[in-house]
Design a protein around this ligand. Structure first.
Ligand code: IDP
Ligand code: MG
Length: 140
């Protein structure tokens, strides 16, 4: 398995409850290194663009409102098979279906306010990392 990078976002429900450190511990304990990280407040335009693939979904407007409701921590995670590993550490989208010990099982408030985002493919990871970070901001 090759070393990969993936884009992670600690969502507003988690920053509001000061869970950034606990989420990061899950990543680091799971073999992912945080090679870039910044805390930002997304604008509506940024959130709409980032979730553009979901534009036709019924929850799109609510998701944009949620993602702009407070600070997020955007980060690049690096490691062996990082894209799938991050998805495994996050758990299922709906916390009701997430496995024990996952971020979403332990921390998520709802299917929408589910504490973390992770890229779902190499193509998405490359695009999402470039959306938030310049190459010079990623320090392996
Ligand atoms: P993922 O984050 O596990 O990849 P996606 O299907 O890509 O899940 O959905 C993106 C985000 O949209 C989810 O993380 C969640 O915040 C929100 N979302 C997904 N499905 C629903 C839903 O049925 N109702 C409300 N929000 C949803
Ligand atoms: Mg997704």
């Amino acid at each position: 398995m090759a070393v990969e990078r993936t884009l992670s976002i600690i969502k507003p429900d988690a920053t509001r409850r000061d869970l950034t450190g606990k989420v990061n511990t899950k990543f680091e304990d799971g073999g992912l290194r945080i090679v870039a990280q910044k805390r930002v407040r997304l604008t509506t335009a940024q959130a709409e663009a980032f979730y553009g693939a979901h534009k036709e979904r019924p929850f799109f407007r609510s998701l944009v409102d949620f993602m702009t409701s407070g600070p997020v921590v955007v980060q690049v995670l690096e490691g062996e098979g990082a894209i799938q590993k991050n998805r495994d550490i996050m758990g299922a989208t709906n916390p009701a279906n997430a496995a024990p010990g996952t971020i979403r099982k332990e921390f998520a408030e709802s299917i929408e306010a589910n504490s973390a985002h992770g890229s779902d493919s190499p193509e998405a990871a490359a695009a999402e990392i470039a959306f938030f970070f310049a190459a010079t901001e990623i320090v392996p």
